[in-house]
Design a protein around this ligand. Structure first.
Ligand SMILES: NC(=O)c1ccc[n+]([C@@H]2O[C@H](COP(=O)([O-])OP(=O)(O)OC[C@H]3O[C@@H](n4cnc5c(N)ncnc54)[C@H](O)[C@@H]3O)[C@@H](O)[C@H]2O)c1
Length: 438
């Protein structure tokens, strides 16, 4: 029975006849849905947010870099979105892409993953594969998902199959798309991995199969911790270089000419996004259960988290040089999304800078072509709209803080008309009297 189940599922997946349910229609789930739909699978999108479900069913996108016409094509190809977990019963593959944030004590919040798993339990059946894609600590799939799934009476590796396959989405990138980004996958058992291979083998050019779900979970964390630690290192180097009167960006450009053994990372106003500031602490938490302190992670977190304060220090000093205080000065934040060319505000360091300006009595405005209105955020509230940049508007501010280097900005105009620019991204290569590098 189990051999047949396993083989039948593999054949169905290979023949692209399988129905794929994706739970969590967000930054990760949506592009994945598009890819499965594009290669011919029928896809069901499950999300607890009825507003998103309605928009998707109308063929609309709610994420700037995901085109409505692609959602509309998927709709024509049979994609439907729903808030009803019952539809998971019709799926042969269930892929979970829900958030994995931190609690206010900076500990893993697996609430979304657990709630999703529990909502799925009544609808699971033999002959399905469940894949977790949310970034998480090693052990989540076998310690949290497997026992819950087996509480239904199904046996993982026999009736039902369970894998972990981390997402490597690079939002807004034209070079790296779902199809071309190699995908790592680990299974609970050998059969699980074989099913995982059939599930993803049709949608990505290269699959990287690893020996366990824990290895796959740890792989994703290593990738993100590697970034967090290296960004922490260049941020520290930036502070040293600044004190020595050296331009860190010039140093990085020069070092990056070394054809081996050096990878450039860039300093900035702090970490942003849903991954790099958060994921490392999933490992920190789990490592504690093994009696290990993750010192590099903590140190990088400390350096990176201090960046908004450091930038504000630069703003205060630059205003002071001009005989002004931050209190009462008009401060324009250029770019508030967490990285260039996207509208994603999650954990954006620009918002930390805005909070500091407000706390110190500065008068705030922002310009971001990707974020026309300051969005609703759990911990931040600004009643602001993006202003239009013009010579007149720019020159009306005491200081412009270049927090996010969107391509859409007219940097020459900004340089010409802003009284003072605090450049946190190394956009301006040449020094100028109105440019302060931070
Ligand atoms: N955004 C990225 O670039 C990226 C890259 C790699 C990995 N990841 C990881 O992927 C996971 C998802 O991230 P995201 O950026 O797509 O998040 P997101 O917030 O954009 O999307 C998550 C979606 O899940 C829905 N949701 C929440 N709880 C649910 C539930 N119980 N049932 C069904 N739907 C539910 C939300 O309404 C939302 O639409 C996270 O673990 C994240 O760390 C994200």
């Amino acid at each position: 029975m189990s051999t047949t189940t396993h083989q039948q599922l593999i054949e169905k997946l290979n023949a692209r006849k399988a129905v794929v349910a994706i739970v969590g229609m967000g930054y990760v789930g949506l592009p994945l849905m598009l890819r499965f739909s594009e290669v011919g699978y029928k896809v069901i999108g499950i999300d607890i947010d009825p507003a998103k479900v309605e928009r998707l069913n109308r063929g609309e996108s709610y994420i700037a870099h995901i085109k409505a016409k692609d959602i509309a094509s998927a709709r024509k190809a049979g994609f439907t979105a729903t808030t009803d977990f019952k539809s998971a019963h019709d799926a042969d593959a269930i892929i979970i892409c829900v958030p994995t944030p931190l609690t206010r004590y900076r500990e893993p919040d697996l609430g979304f993953v657990i709630n999703t798993t529990e909502a799925l339990l009544p609808h699971l059946r033999a002959g399905q594969v469940v894949s977790l894609e949310s970034t998480t600590y090693p052990g989540t799939t076998d310690e949290e998902l497997k026992p819950r799934i087996e509480s239904t009476g199904l046996k993982v590796g026999e009736g039902i199959f369970l894998v972990f396959s981390p997402e490597r989405e690079d939002p807004g990138s034209a070079t790296h798309v779902t199809k071309t980004i190699p995908k790592v996958c680990g299974g609970i058992t050998t059969r699980c991995l074989e099913v995982g291979k059939a599930l993803y083998g049709q949608v990505v050019d290269q699959l990287v199969l690893v020996s366990s779900t824990r290895t796959a979970e740890m792989t994703k964390l290593l990738e993100n911790i590697h970034r967090a630690v290296n960004i922490g290192l260049v941020n520290e180097m930036k502070i040293v270089a600044d004190r020595m009167g050296i331009d860190i960006h010039e140093v990085i450009r020069a070092a990056a000419t070394k054809p081996f053994g050096f990878v450039p990372y860039y300093p900035g106003p702090g970490l942003g996004g849903h991954c790099i500031p958060i994921d490392p602490f999933y490992l920190t938490w789990k490592a504690r259960a093994y009696g290990i302190n993750t010192r590099f992670i903590e140190l990088a977190g400390e350096v990176n988290a201090a960046m908004p304060e450091w930038v504000i220090g630069k703003v205060i000093d630059a205003l002071n040089e001009r005989g002004k205080a931050l209190r009462g000065s008009r401060i324009l934040i250029l770019g508030i999304a967490y990285k260039k060319n996207v509208d994603d505000m999650r954990e954006s360091p620009a918002v930390a800078i805005m909070e500091l300006v407000r706390a110190k009595g500065g008068e705030l405005a922002y310009a971001d072509p990707h974020v026309p209105v300051f969005p609703r955020m759990r911990e931040h509230s600004f009643d602001l709209k993006s202003i239009a940049l013009s010579p007149e508007s720019l020159s009306s501010f005491d200081c412009a803080v270049l927090a996010t280097n969107h391509d859409a900005f007219d940097y020459a105009m900004i340089k010409q008309h802003a009284k003072l620019i605090v450049d946190t991204r190394g956009v301006y290569l040449e020094s100028a009297p109105n440019i302060i590098k931070a």
